[in-house]
Design a protein around this ligand. Structure first.
Ligand SMILES: Cc1ncc(C[n+]2csc(CCOP(=O)(O)OP(=O)(O)O)c2C)c(N)n1
Length: 565
């Protein structure tokens, strides 16, 4: 059957199993919108209030499920408004496919109305991008786009669609298989490297298993846990990896890096072997590179060979899918155990880590009825039994949530780690709540970041998406203020947000119920009320204004130089 390009897009999305998309219309995608409304029973479109919201929602959807998220925006400003979301997905390896409108093919390059070179602009922040000029190419391109986005190291793929192409007709045929000669991710680890890695793990006296977002992407959490337990490996997760290993597990070290636990960073600093699974040794993890884990051998498992050795030289590189490589290692572990091999005695190492933890646990001093943000996160954990899907924005509240919520499961924690894009938390939670309607979804946001994307309150109201927004309201750009306090002699230059909307009234203007806590004794009641109120809710929690996140490794400092209070 012949159909226009716009319909091809809808059919192709169905072939990919897409049920939800987030978007915003405009001239260049009007044929597509003309089709979409005819197929609402097959694909549900959520009209966001800003394109960045669509991208963050699609990314939250993908982070909460592992499925590829989909966004649709128009040409020119629609596409440029989407760029931050695309760059964010690129940095955090989130699989999304972004469809953008483009001016008609004969106008491309003419500075036409709402023309922007979206493939050019996004070349450095997409895993791949396409400009589809012929309608016959649309279905195969979409097939390829979903394959590229979701396979190997996942990431964003952009499909730019000139308006005339979406009006032209073609026969719809969706390819069943795909072969791309230039793109074949390596899944299996090299057997020799696998054995070498295991030799090192068995012998090490002070090992640390260092788990990143790649372990979540590869669904390698069962394998991570088995490896940690069988080889008795203390295990730390990066900001993006939280939940890949249960926070309450006796072998869990929690998060490492700039705001990691003292005991975690000390373990890294004193380790003799670091086993990195799907992590990338970024600067927020390593601190000063030449001081990082100087006595440790490095095993680096990653599906993206360009990641290995980029920041830290790997002694034993293993290119492959985290899950597949861990399965190979585990098979080898079983063979060695049968042959009577046993791991080195780690008791002194465990004792040392326990001592560090006892000496300097996370710390929060209470101050009468002033609300301490750390206590809010602890209360949230208690009242949700640690079971909520939690997204965070970027700033102090993000770090307190990462330190204190205690994520037990993968895909329970969504945030913008690599790009650190304020405004992520709320729309990402919206995407997660669409994807997982049976789960409680909480967006922990700062009063600064929330103001960047709070227009999506209209979206959650329109579609009754039950996101519970928890504003850690300190009346500052808190993380900026903290750095100014600690590293710029209290010079609070342009970081004071005390002129702010009344968030309760604001939410009510969007017809979203809202509650406020101004005293420590009110926090519990407000969170309970929010949980018990169906649909979207806003909580405005007025916290101590000048609380700081500790530990903190000063930018460019070595991990062991962390400031504890
Ligand atoms: C889009 C964007 N602009 C600027 C920054 C720099 N930045 C990082 S944290 C921060 C302050 C965030 O303040 P708020 O949202 O109130 O959260 P808090 O730190 O107070 O918890 C800023 C401005 C950023 N990360 N993202």
């Amino acid at each position: 059957m012949k159909m226009r390009g716009a319909r091809v897009l809808v059919e192709a999305l169905r072939c990919e199993g897409v049920e939800h998309i987030f978007g915003y219309p405009g001239g260049a995608v009007l044929h597509v919108y003309d089709e979409l409304i005819r197929h609402t029973d097959r694909i549900k479109h959520y009209l966001v209030r800003h394109e960045q919201g669509a991208l963050f929602a699609a990314s939250g959807y993908a982070q909460a499920t592992g499925k590829t998220g989909v966004a649709l925006v128009t040409s020119g400003p629609g596409g440029t408004n989407a760029v931050t979301g695309i760059a964010n997905a690129f940095m955090d390896s989130i699989p999304i496919v972004v469809f953008t409108g483009q001016v008609p093919t004969h106008l491309i390059g003419n500075d036409a109305f709402q023309e922007a070179d979206l493939t050019g602009i996004t070349r450095s922040c997409t895993k791949h991008n396409y400009l589809v000029k012929r309608v016959e190419d649309l279905a195969p391109t979409i097939k390829e786009a979903f394959y590229v986005a979701g396979s190997g190291r996942p990431g964003p793929v952009l499909v730019d669609m000139p308006k005339d192409m979406t009006a032209q007709e073609t026969e719809f045929e969706y390819p069943e298989t795909i072969t791309m000669r230039s793109y074949k991710p390596t899944l299996q680890g090299h057997p020799g490297q696998v054995k070498r890695a295991l030799d090192a793990m068995i012998k090490a006296k002070r090992p640390v298993l260092y788990v990143g977002g790649g372990a979540v992407a590869a669904r390698a959490y069962d394998e991570v846990r088995q490896l940690a337990e069988k080889l008795q490996l203390p295990t730390t997760c990066t900001l993006m990896g939280l939940g890949a290993f249960p926070a309450s597990h006796p072998l869990s070290l929690g998060m490492l890096g700039m705001h990691g636990g003292y005991w975690t960073n000390m373990a890294i600093d004193n380790s003799d072997l670091i086993i990195s699974i799907g992590a990338r040794f970024d600067d927020r993890v390593t601190g000063k590179l030449d001081q990082f884990a100087r006595g440790a051998k490095i095993i680096h498992v990653d599906i993206d060979p360009s990641c290995i050795g980029k920041n830290i030289k790997a002694d034993i590189p293993v290119v492959g899918d985290a899950r597949v490589v861990l399965q190979q290692i585990l098979a080898e572990v079983s063979r060695r155990f049968v042959a009577g091999v046993r791991v080195a005695d780690r008791q002194p190492w465990f004792d040392q880590i326990a001592t560090w933890k006892r000496e300097h646990p996370f710390f929060c001093d209470d101050d009468g009825d002033i609300i301490k943000p750390q206590r809010v996160i602890e209360e949230l954990h208690r009242l949700t039994n640690g079971n909520a899907i939690v997204s965070a924005d970027v700033g102090q509240h993000q770090m307190w949530t990462a330190q204190l919520y205690g994520f037990e499961r993968p895909r329970q924690w969504l945030n913008s780690g690599g790009l650190g894009a304020m405004g992520y938390g709320f729309p990402a939670a919206m995407g997660a709540a669409v994807a997982r309607p049976e789960d409680l979804v909480v967006a922990v946001v700062g009063d600064g970041g929330f103001q960047m994307t709070l227009n999506e309150l209209a979206t959650v109201r329109e579609y009754d998406i039950p996101v519970k927004v928890l504003i850690i309201n300190n009346g500052y750009l808190g993380m900026v203020r903290q750095w100014q306090e600690q590293f710029y002699a209290h010079n609070y230059s342009h970081s004071d947000l005390h002129v702010a909307p009344d968030f309760v009234k604001l939410a009510e203007a969007y017809d979203v119920p809202a509650f406020r806590a101004t005293a420590a004794s009110e926090v519990r009641g407000v969170i309970e009320q929010a949980i018990n109120t169906p649909g979207p809710v806003v909580m405005d929690i007025k916290v101590a204004r000048e609380e700081n996140v500790f530990p903190i490794v000063p930018a460019g400092g070595a991990l062991k130089e962390m400031i504890l209070r």
